[in-house]
Design a protein around this ligand. Structure first.
Ligand code: HEM
Length: 601
């Protein structure tokens, strides 16, 4: 096959097309390296129909491509922009026509993968998992026993809450499990404070992301998955200063009001005249998502576009909590689970197609408050020659903004409303307070009524949206937690929900009692970010603490206040609302809240 741009780049050999030779790109091409320019050229040379008929056969350095090699014909016009800054070392790639993909019954595939997974883990356990350490590792179960239970659950590592609680009861507050990495879990608030806050940067890294997360974040180029270093510092600072500062958040007051007006209207509309029960979560989610989209892109999307972006974001989130098949033998599992892999590629491709124009279009508007995308366009990466962020990086950062700010807050709101349905006394006390508030617009973050704040804090303590933080990585030797050695390369996590429900700290810890956060209560004045002391840690703590915590709390306070001021939420029948939990990226209500909604007169 001959290329239009240079002579003789590819030759077709039956079903397999391989790249035989390439020439470098012109030196004027922005930030290319010798090697990735070859890939860029290859990318440029593939024609659109050919790209669509081929499936990218990933290799260990596809991080350099951020999954964008297959991002669609539109991108052929500007290939280098999508390569990011990670140099690409290998250049030879294989492309396999989709028709050649392995087929087989799902059961067979599952068995094969489980067998491979077991074998791989055993291998890692025996060979890779035993990193030398200078001290005693935290106690824990034998890897195979743990693995068997883990596989029996068939879910993500995040879904191990009950299993881990059981292991902590047996082995103590700090445990370790040696699988493909040493996994350390901490259930003790003091040890957590020592590690995350007093330990400075020791546990501030993230483990390298695995597929599909790696592909969906353009190789770990969003804030939450980038490793501790100058790039992370730059993009995190940008988010905090340019999108989440109190001054910026105040500018979005009218947008918050609009979102809540719409929410109240839709709750009443769904209720109808017959007083049917309303499913609360989807309406909360739509209102919050619309607000976050506006804060991110400065654009108000139509309903079909919002539907599509919302479902793309949900699909991306699901990748985090489904069983991580692509962590094991990716070259094999990407074939075995080719449909799943293709879905993730398609999600990313569509995110690119939708987000890139929205990000760049923001320059055209003048009258709206500056949005997150505007700030991203202005970022310059000083450590990398002052380059601008690539489109792939900006798409990943916007995707993180939408997901970070929506699911967490919506989950919290649903739990709080459910508690208010089960505790009508709390609901009416709250209603009294917010109707008499001296801050009627509820926009002054500092002047929110105290009982409202207490209700939200109690929601965060008892129902933290994440029962774990995001995994923390260890960059250096000599790290320790609770007197145990934590080898470099370990993955450390904290039992957020267990820490907030600790009977030693909280009276009747499993009950919803907002009064505990009022003056005289054991929670009064608790620092939710845990910098002085950890009594609860719904936003994590230390250097990786959630940068959106004040926005998340403000949104929760504002939405709860507006809903309770204008509506009354009642039980559907005589039964109390079922508060069972289930993992769905965040830990949500197993039986989504249905309530009767009555307009207050
Ligand atoms: C109730 C709302 C929220 C909760 C409960 C929450 C919770 C968390 C938690 C537990 C972490 C992990 C901390 C760690 O790994 O130690 C986190 C990280 C993060 N959150 Fe939030 N979050 C909320 C709202 C938001 C909002 C509104 C945004 C932005 C719009 C946001 C953006 C982020 C980002 C970017 C990170 C990664 C930080 C890093 O790795 O440096 N979150 N959040």
């Amino acid at each position: 096959m001959t290329c239009r741009h240079c002579s003789e780049i590819m030759h077709a050999n039956g079903d397999i097309i391989s790249i035989s030779s390439v020439s470098p790109l012109p030196s004027s091409t922005p930030h290319h390296t010798k090697d990735c320019s070859r890939v860029a050229l290859l990318y440029r040379c593939l024609s659109a129909p050919l790209l669509h008929s081929l499936r990218y056969d990933s290799s260990p350095h596809d991080r350099a491509l951020g999954g964008n090699l297959l991002a669609g014909p539109r991108k052929l016009l500007r290939p280098v922009q999508y390569l990011g800054a990670v140099p690409c070392r290998a250049f030879s790639k294989r492309f396999v026509p989709t028709t050649m993909e392995a087929a087989g019954s799902p059961q067979l595939l599952l068995c094969v993968t489980l067998a491979l997974t077991l074998a791989a883990s055993l291998l890692f356990f025996l060979i890779g998992g035993r990193r030398r350490s200078n001290g005693r590792l935290p106690p824990g179960p034998p890897a195979l026993l743990f693995l068997a239970k883990f596989l029996a659950l068939g879910r993500s590592i995040f879904d191990l809450g009950p299993l881990l609680v059981d292991l902590h009861a047996r082995h103590g507050p700090v445990i370790s499990i040696r699988l493909f990495r040493t996994l350390v879990f901490v259930a003790d608030r003091k040890a957590a404070h020592k590690a995350l806050v007093q330990g400075g940067a020791t546990f501030a890294d993230r483990p390298p992301p695995l597929d599909p997360g790696r592909m969906l974040t353009a190789g770990g180029r969003d804030i939450s998955s980038s490793s501790y270093g100058p790039y992370w510092r730059l993009v995190r600072r940008n988010l905090a200063a340019e999108a989440l500062s109190p001054a910026r958040v105040a500018l979005f007051g009218p947008a918050r009001k609009l979102a809540c007006d719409g929410l109240v209207r839709s709750l009443l509309r769904e209720q109808g005249d017959e007083g049917t029960a309303v499913m609360v979560r989807p309406l909360l989610r739509r209102a919050m998502f619309e607000l976050l989209v506006y804060m991110c892109f400065g654009a108000r999307l139509g309903q079909p576009e919002l539907d599509e972006v919302e479902s793309l974001q949900q699909e991306a989130l699901r990748s985090v909590t489904t069983f991580p098949v692509f962590a094991f033998f990716p070259a094999v599992t990407k074939r075995l689970f080719r449909r799943r892999w293709a879905t993730y590629l398609a999600v990313r491709r569509r995110q690119d197609e939708l987000f890139v124009p929205l990000i760049h279009a923001t320059k055209l508007r003048e009258d709206d408050p500056p949005c997150y995308a505007d700030s991203l366009l202005a970022v310059r990466v000083a450590d990398e020659g002052g380059r601008a962020l690539t489109d792939a990086e900006m798409v990943s950062l916007c995707s993180e903004f939408l997901n970070g700010g929506t699911d967490t807050t919506v989950t919290l709101l649903e739990w709080i409303v459910a508690e208010l349905v089960n505790h009508p006394d709390v609901q009416s006390k709250l209603h009294d307070e917010v109707t008499k508030s001296s801050n009627p617009d509820l926009n002054d973050v500092q002047a929110m009524p105290p009982y409202l704040k207490a209700v939200v804090m109690e929601g965060l303590r008892l129902h933290p949206p994440g029962h774990f933080v995001l995994p923390h990585g260890v960059q250096s030797d000599g790290a320790e937690i609770g007197g145990y050695a934590v080898p470099r390369g370990s993955e450390v996590n904290f039992l957020v929900a267990e820490i907030g429900r600790d009977d030693a700290v909280w009276t009747a810890a499993r009950e919803f009692r907002p009064e505990r956060f009022m003056e005289g209560g054991e929670g009064h004045g608790v620092d939710v970010t845990g910098s002085r002391e950890i009594k609860m840690m719904p936003f994590g703590a230390g250097r990786r603490v959630c940068p959106g915590y004040s926005l998340g709390m403000h949104h929760a306070e504002y939405f709860v206040a507006r809903m309770v001021r204008e509506l009354e939420f009642r039980r559907v029948g005589k039964e109390m609302v079922d508060m069972a939990e289930v993992l769905d990226f965040t830990t949500v209500m197993k039986h989504p809240l249905r309530a009767r909604v009555v307009a207050r007169t």
